[in-house]
Design a protein around this ligand. Structure first.
Ligand SMILES: Nc1ncnc2c1ncn2[C@@H]1O[C@H](COP(=O)(O)OP(=O)(O)OP(=O)(O)O)[C@@H](O)[C@H]1O
Length: 753
């Protein structure tokens, strides 16, 4: 059985239709089963530049390009599949294709040859020009964009860029041209060029890509050097060893969209594979692959130890459902644990995790006494009308608390972040407890007043026999702590949490108590710029010590550089803190793809906006006859609104204009319809085309939301509003459109600013 390596070559390869894909799959399956099978017609080429190159017969009209590396000990050879082309083209390209170990960094490079004139044409046109000539003319300088910081020899001699590519990059006179060149380069060369454009030091770029200081081992022959180079992290951006048929099917069928399953960036791979001596925090901009890393890592931990109890959790149930689906897409055979505490990966929303702990815990009287001050708490029903309960309590109890503080928002935050987080059960404790991170300072009389309301709230809950989610979580955390104290151990060996920026105090208490401190205990994926609920939390308060184990991803895989630039411009001018109170920056954020600029559409009034949004959506999903644009699958188109009322209005308006649209709420997305959802609901999701609708002065930031918080907490609420628009703007893979009527939102910076 031959060893099989598949190269990601989507940039060079033509798009293949479904029937050819099936034939490619059959060809590769046959090749891995028996490479000597005559039906494969594996043939060398007389005039090939690289003697390892072969072509093979996919069908009468298509041939695959391969490299064959023989094993000198006589074992089976290794075949590297580079892609499939129409017959004549494949033969011509193969003659000029080659495999080489980069002598500067040790990375394996599979280079597909070019057809006659293609190289010259590329050099003349450089690359497509999506931003428009005008933009470029304005920004163009006559000097090389890179010359101030690097020499051409740095690019080739220290980084190992292909000399022709390095020269083109060096001749680029502005950032846009450089980004164009990066977007068209293959594998590690593209991401290294982006790093150069960002201004990173050559040594940093080498380190990020895991380049070897001894690139080539001269004691090995060339074939052995090639096989060794396949192990380099940056080689794995282009090549993957196929271990079994199931994996092979995934690679072939996945195509471009599923590259995340196989071709990880060396940094992503590092965070998947590295072991840590305790909690680790992976932050990173929207779309940099934090979720991808968490999923791969969970699978890696499960493979490394089949008895390990792994918890993979995230902010809510819908995101957890997506997480589980993605995990099973990555590996349909992965061991899923159906019950918390069993070996395998248990996937669930974090609130459900709290429930699971209590359901599996038996008597919770001691925990209830410690957290709530009474023993009889039962998980009979969940209280969902929290706002109403606080409102009723504030109206019926004469506490003397100022009206601006006697709001459901302030009281619930105080209850969760201070009272539950510190297991406060008496006024004496509350009067003394530290309240770090709470915007409003409270005098002693104010504390007494708040406590009166807390007591009334608890009385009410006791009468109802109901518990809120934060109470369930606090009880579950305490139950776990008591269990560990009695030497009964923990429910998990490894916990991985995604979207962690939005977790509140009792979530963290639960996570800390779910797993003992130790190797690979907690893996935290988060982005402070995407905090749209609640307030920042300081992890060390919960016994979660990151101490130097924090890293950041900056390369965006989701969206285009233009959309990314626009999304980041929304954050500019505001200061964000990460989970350890460090400053979070967007300085190195960059994207691997280019596209058109986001469209900003001013409408005359609400009716005009509904019409314009409908026209735009229609032009995408049913392009006019003769249009060059292919029809877009409606379910990959999303209209995002700030509130639920606007959401309903857009669903209705699109329907009235003949477009089948559905509101997306707690239900899963239905195929075949345009999705209309709130910006909050869009968290963690992505779509091909996104319209942010109703982005006007009154709705974004939401004037009503800002009015509802005390003055001292307004800056924080404003940060959340800014983050919400950033989250929404960073959901688009390809096209991003923003519409409004009346005065536009103050948060909208122009993309050219
Ligand atoms: N190495 C990769 N190769 C190809 N695609 C990738 C890679 N890593 C991530 N992606 C793709 O980029 C997109 C964003 O990834 P992911 O959702 O993991 O990012 P994220 O950082 O969790 O984003 P967010 O913070 O916005 O939720 C997804 O479509 C994912 O498949």
């Amino acid at each position: 059985m031959a060893n099989l390596v598949i190269a990601s070559n989507s940039k060079a390869m033509p798009k293949l239709d479904g029937s050819i894909k099936n034939k490619v799959w059959a060809f590769i399956e046959k090749l891995s089963a028996d490479h000597t099978s005559p039906g494969l017609h594996i043939e060398p080429l007389n005039a090939a530049v690289d003697p390892r190159v072969r072509t093979g017969r996919v069908d009468l009209h298509f041939r695959a390009i391969l490299f064959k590396i023989d094993d000198k000990l006589g074992d089976d050879p290794t075949f590297i599949y580079m892609g499939t082309w129409p017959h004549d083209e494949a033969n011509k390209l193969a003659e000029r294709s080659r495999l080489r170990v980069n002598p500067i960094n040790g990375v394996l490079e599979g280079i597909i040859g070019e057809l006659d004139g293609e190289n010259d044409r590329k050099k003349r046109t450089v690359v497509p020009d999506p931003r428009g000539e005008l933009d470029r003319a304005i920004k163009a300088q006559t000097k090389s964009y890179l010359a101030e910081r690097f020499s051409l020899a740095d690019l080739t001699g220290r980084l190992g860029l292909d000399p022709d590519l390095a020269e083109r990059a060096y001749n680029a006179t502005d950032e846009d041209t450089l980004l164009d060149i990066a977007a068209n380069a293959v594998g590690w060369q593209g991401s290294a060029l982006l790093d150069l454009a960002t201004g990173l030091h050559i040594d940093t770029i080498r380190e990020k890509h895991g380049f070897s200081d001894i690139p080539v081992d001269d004691a090995l022959d060339e074939d052995e050097q090639i096989l060794k180079a396949l192990e380099q992290p940056a080689s794995k951006m282009q090549f993957t060893f196929v271990e079994d048929n199931e994996e092979l099917r995934r690679v072939i069928e996945g195509g471009d969209f599923a590259a995340w399953r196989t071709f990880l960036h060396p940094e992503q791979r590092k965070y998947v594979e590295q072991n840590h001596n305790g909690a680790f925090r992976l932050s990173g901009g929207a779309g940099t692959g934090k979720t991808v890393v968490a999923i791969h890592r969970a699978r890696r931990l499960a493979q490394a130890d089949p008895t390990a109890r792994i918890v993979l959790t995230t902010y809510n149930k819908t995101l957890a459902t997506d997480l589980k689906a993605a995990l099973l897409t990555l590996d349909p055979n992965v061991a899923i644990a159906d019950r918390l505490g069993e070996p395998g990966i248990y996937v669930g929303g974090i609130d459900a995790l709290g429930n699971a702990v209590l359901n599996q815990s038996g008597d919770i009287a001691d925990a209830a006494e410690n957290v709530l001050g009474y023993r009889g708490a039962e998980l009979t029903h969940l209280r969902t009308n929290i706002d109403k309960t606080w409102r009723d309590v504030a109206q019926s109890v004469s506490s003397g608390l100022d009206a601006k503080l006697a709001t459901p928002g302030f009281l619930e935050n105080e209850y969760v972040a201070v009272v539950l987080a510190n297991k406060v059960t008496t006024l004496e404790q509350y009067a003394k407890v530290a309240r770090p991170g709470r915007g409003v300072r409270l005098s002693r009389p104010q504390r007494i007043a708040v406590w009166k309301l807390v007591e009334a709230y608890r009385r009410q809950a006791r009468m109802d026999g109901s518990l809120s989610f934060p109470e369930v979580l606090a009880l579950a955390a305490e139950q776990l702590r008591l269990r560990a104290e009695k030497s009964k151990g923990h429910f998990a060996d490894h916990v991985l949490v995604d979207e962690a920026q939005d977790l509140h105090a009792t979530h963290w208490a639960l996570l800390r108590n779910l797993v003992a401190e130790g190797a690979n205990d907690l893996f935290i994926a988060e982005d402070s710029h995407q905090r749209i609920y609640g307030q920042p939390v300081v992890l060390s308060r919960f016994g979660i010590k990151i101490v130097g184990r924090a890293r950041r991803l900056t390369l965006n895989y989701r969206t285009t550089a233009q959309n990314l630039h626009f999304a980041v411009s929304i954050l500019s001018g505001a200061e964000y803190k990460d989970l350890e109170q460090g400053e979070e920056s967007t300085a190195e954020y960059r994207s691997v793809r280019l596209g058109p600029n986001p469209q900003l559409v001013e409408c005359t009034d609400a009716a005009d906006e509904l019409d314009k949004v409908a026209d735009l959506v229609r032009s995408w999903i049913t392009p006019e006859e003769g249009s060059d644009e292919p029809a877009v699958d409606p379910s990959t188109v999303a209209v995002l609104t700030r509130g639920q009322a606007d959401r309903s209005q857009f669903v209705r308006a699109l329907g009235e204009r003949g477009i089948d649209a559905r509101a997306l709420d707690s239900n899963p997305a239905a195929p075949g319809h345009v999705q209309v959802l709130t910006m909050h609901r869009s968290k963690g999701m992505e779509f091909s085309r996104v319209i942010l609708a109703g982005v006007d002065h009154a709705h974004v930031p939401s004037a009503a939301t800002l009015r509802s918080v005390p003055e001292e907490e307004r800056d924080e609420a404003m940060l959340r509003e800014r983050s919400l628009l950033y989250v929404a703007a960073s959901r688009a893979r390809d096209a991003l459109v923003v519409t409004w009527s009346g005065k536009k939102s103050e948060l909208l910076g122009s993309p050219s600013e």
